[in-house]
Unconditional design. Structure first.
Length: 418
């Protein structure tokens, strides 16, 4: 069917780059911009703890709300992406997120930090189904595992950037200046998005009518269909593990390994940089080695991730820095690197017509665990004064969840290879 005359023609290339490869690169940059606040503010937790006297549990709650606060808007964002298109949703999201991140630089109390963290989560959440929809729209299935993995390296790239430079900026000036720098970087992403991204033209000129009932049906479908519910359960647990690392790795290394915030941030940077390579690497493994099978790759990641979580709990003041670096890299390659495989699996099962909506529905359940996992970890540490116990509990939960996926996970995607 021809594209309607009032619709823009699909671009074939930008700067001589095939457009689907350009979309992967631009989506990666957008994801990085969206992630700067959520990954950067937790990096500054030693400075927040020193100036504002926040407890570990309170810091964990702030971290969880920065992403998990979008409990409802992940689903709504997916729904609106299917109805309105990718670009409109991402532009609104980026504007709101920039304002919130800048506002965080003025935090002077716990309640204000929690309000702004929640607002940040609400603003950021639609970007996940929207950028994933961009990949599904433009990238052929044979390269989609790579595309999703590459896109999600934006989170790791942002995390590495802020882990390596924000503690130094905060130490040289203040943590408030560091947060303002994050807001500026998010603004640069917004401008690039507005100028460079084009929505995929529709085959008809009509805009899908917004249907509130579709939201509830999507949530029910995620629970009912085992091909969706089992990977969603896996993602719930492992996103919790991801945010434990993001919220507490630096603080743990400062308090238990007696490292400075800058050195501890370097190890977080190692984890994030490793994740950049493995988010892409796992996608390539899924596409090229396992013939676009996703479940088996998630099982491998989960098993190695459980080992990494247990190992980090053994670190103390006497642990050689090389060992700390190797464990940080293992965390980065596993606990921080599964996020490209999960959306590919969910969206392939859902099919192209409702891919963003179903991913948003799945991600809604996932965000519950973003909210509860970091503060629960902090509560265990505050109550027992034992990081080792908390990391060990996390490792056991990760291992059991991975065994469940191995036993019960199914793929059988509705979408045919393209």
């Amino acid at each position: 069917m021809k594209t309607p005359p009032d619709q823009p023609q699909a671009p074939r290339a930008v700067f001589s780059i095939p457009y689907h490869w350009f979309v992967i690169g631009l989506s990666t940059f957008v994801v990085a911009g969206m992630a700067i606040g959520g990954t950067g503010i937790p990096v500054l937790s030693p400075f927040l703890r020193e100036e504002l006297s926040f407890s570990r549990t309170e810091l964990g709650l702030i971290t969880s709300l920065l992403i998990g606060g979008g409990l409802g808007t992940a689903l709504i964002g997916g729904w609106l992406t299917d109805a309105w298109g990718v670009k409109r949703v991402l532009v609104y999201t980026a504007i709101a997120l920039t304002v919130v991140v800048f506002g965080f630089s003025f935090v002077n109390s716990l309640w204000l930090a929690l309000v702004l963290a929640t607002a940040g989560g609400l603003a950021q959440a639609p970007s996940f189904p929207a950028t994933s929809k961009a990949i599904v729209d433009w990238v052929p299935r044979r390269a989609r595992g790579f595309g999703m993995g590459m896109k999600q390296t934006g989170v790791s790239g942002a995390g590495a950037l802020v882990a390596l430079i924000m503690p130094s900026i905060a130490q040289a000036t203040s943590w408030r200046v560091a947060v303002m720098v994050m807001a500026g970087l998010t603004t640069i992403m917004l401008v690039a998005l507005v100028v460079l991204y084009k929505d995929k033209p529709r085959e008809d000129a009509t805009v899908t009518k917004l249907d509130t009932g579709k939201l509830l049906r999507a949530l029910v479908e995620v629970v009912r269909d085992r091909r969706l519910s089992i990977p969603t359960a896996y993602s719930c647990v492992f996103v919790g593990m991801q945010f434990l690392v993001g919220a507490y790795l630096i603080l743990f290394l400062v308090e238990r390994a007696d490292l400075s915030p800058v050195v501890a941030g370097t190890f977080m940077g190692i984890a994030q940089i490793t994740s950049i390579f493995w988010r892409v690497g796992w996608g390539v493994v899924s596409d090229a080695v396992f013939g676009s099978r996703r479940v088996i790759v998630l099982v491998i990641i989960g098993a190695l991730g459980a080992v990494a979580l247990f190992a980090i709990g053994l670190v103390n003041e006497g642990t050689p820095l090389l060992v700390v670096g190797l464990i940080s890299a293992l965390l980065g390659g596993t606990v921080l690197s599964w996020q490209g495989i999960y959306p590919a699996l969910i969206m392939e099962v859902a099919g192209p017509d409702q891919s963003a909506t179903m991913l948003g529905a799945s991600n809604t359940f996932t965000r519950v665990f973003i909210i509860i996992s970091p503060p629960l970890f902090g509560l265990v540490v505050d109550a027992t004064d034992s990081y080792r116990l908390a990391w060990s509990i996390a490792a056991v939960i990760a291992a059991v969840t991975t065994l469940g996926l191995l036993a019960l996970g199914r793929e059988n995607p509705r979408e045919q290879s393209s």
